[in-house]
Design a protein around this ligand. Structure first.
Ligand code: URP
Ligand code: ZN
Ligand code: ZN
Length: 459
């Protein structure tokens, strides 16, 4: 099967030019002006943007969490991602304390194998680092192609590890060429504040926000970058939300550390005032939404190169599941749906409003996730030899977000009624048309597990 995309305005992290793209099989064969080749299918992209498939390196599909499961399966989640221009996601395997990493891998494969529509990989969340787990790190990196290890400095009693475990894990991961991801908030401080608010009868969603003030994130981020500096392990802070935490990273940058930062689309465009609404539980996530001043810091951080990735932390729960915490904010399952909306929201709020350039857009949504997580240049760019993961995008089309038309398995949208500029028109995944005019043409099972390289080869 071959496809010729004619006359599109190709955008990569560094370039912006009009040309044709010839695709044969799964990969890009030729790029050039007025290519004189015959293809099985021709797509006219005149007047459209053509950029690499988005990579969302932070999603939670079908994940057991807080007494329930996130509501998107691997099928519905990766299909919704494709509708929104995201061709690959990285999901999280969670180790159960007392069990092995391989036990968890087996459980997650049971839910994801042959169920994905789009491509995917896993980060391995280590929640119990001990002599047995230590032996598994090398096997994950070298045999499984899973090279990033997630740690939680919060969710005490469930997922959190202490600093002793963190240092040990960092030394092992560094030795084998991997990277540590972190949910950097101070779990003990948060635990104290949650208990205090509950004892005072303060139980509404607003107290979720007030139990995780900025200092809890700034302190943990500083501690994490210091431990990473000491061990020399590359680090990646997930879902960074605020000025205080970003300042900790500035220090790491001055020391020339390999320290990367992800923020998520929600932290750039919505704020904590939503917690005062009756349906505030829809936005209960950790860390919580912050202030307008933090949004400004994050946009600036993107342009300064301090924030390299914009992800989603997609972790959807239906309204009925959110109601598990109707009388107690600490029982509201944490997370919100955005896997389908990230690329269009970031374009509309970022590019169309002149906050970031088109090249920066591709860099933070497509290219940097591929580089940081060991997939570049196979993924994350438009180049000869790369996978033909391509989005054809109308920069001018206006549309409105609604739960009535989205494809995520959740009965509300966190962005209901938002009017956006710019729409995904056609999406290709490894040389196959995945989305055409709002229709998904691929079946579950098409999505491949992507084995990743040691990050020491790509960053
Ligand atoms: O609220 C969130 N973020 N839910 C998913 C788990 C996590 O901490 O990333
Ligand atoms: Zn987290
Ligand atoms: Zn998450």
């Amino acid at each position: 099967m071959s496809i010729l995309i004619k006359n599109g305005n190709i955008i990569t992290a560094t370039d912006n030019y009009v040309a044709d793209i010839f695709i044969e099989g799964e990969t890009i064969k030729t790029i050039g002006k007025n290519l004189n080749v015959k293809a099985d299918q021709e797509i006219d992209a005149t007047g459209k943007l053509v950029f690499p498939g988005g990579i969302d390196p932070h999603v939670h599909l079908d994940m057991p969490f807080m007494g329930t499961f996130s509501s998107d399966s691997y099928e519905t989640g990766t299909r919704a991602a494709l509708h929104g221009g995201t061709t690959m996601v990285i999901d999280f395997i969670l180790q159960t304390q007392g069990k092995s990493l391989h036990d968890a891998l087996k459980e997650w494969k049971g839910r994801s194998d042959n169920n994905c529509v789009g491509d995917y990989s896993f980060h391995m969340a280590v929640t119990d680092f001990n002599d047995d787990t230590k032996k598994e790190i090398k096997e994950f990196i070298e045999d499984e192609g899973i090279v990033s290890f997630k740690t939680f400095m919060a969710y005490k009693g469930a997922l959190m590890i202490d600093d002793r475990q963190m240092i040990g894990l960092m030394e092992e991961v560094k030795k084998h060429g991997g990277l540590i991801n972190v949910h950097a908030t101070n779990g003990d401080m948060i635990d104290y504040l949650v208990a205090k608010h509950k004892a005072e009868g303060k139980l509404s969603p607003l107290y979720h926000y007030l139990s995780q003030p900025e200092i809890t994130e700034a302190e943990a981020s500083e501690r994490f970058v210091d431990m990473a500096s000491y061990t020399g392990c590359p680090g990646y802070i997930v879902h960074l939300t605020c000025e205080g935490a970003l300042n900790a990273v500035r220090n790491a940058t001055r020391r020339n550390q390999k320290m990367f930062v992800e923020t998520c689309i929600q932290y750039l465009i919505i704020d904590a005032s939503l917690y005062e609404r009756e349906d505030g539980a829809k936005w209960v996530m950790s860390p919580p939404l912050r202030e307008k001043k933090d949004q400004a810091t994050l946009w600036a951080g993107i342009n300064q190169g301090l924030v390299q990735v914009v992800a989603t932390d997609h972790c959807p729960f239906k309204w009925e599941q959110k109601l598990m915490g109707k009388d107690d904010f600490s029982k509201i399952p944490n997370g919100h749906p955005a896997i389908e909306n990230r690329m269009e929201l970031l374009f509309s709020e970022g590019v169309a409003k002149n906050k970031i350039t088109l090249n920066k857009y591709v860099e933070v949504a497509c290219t940097n996730p591929a580089k940081i997580f060991g997939m570049f240049p196979r993924k994350g760019t438009i180049a000869v030899g790369s996978d033909a993961d391509i989005v054809i995008f109308d920069a001018n089309e206006k549309h409105t977000i609604s739960a009535k038309s989205h494809h995520m398995n959740v009965d509300y949208s966190a962005y209901e009624g938002w009017e956006l500029t710019g729409k995904v028109k056609t999406v290709l995944l490894r040389g196959e048309v995945a989305i055409d005019e709002n229709k998904c043409l691929l079946q579950k099972g098409f999505g491949k597990f992507i084995k990743r390289k040691k990050v020491s080869q790509t960053i």
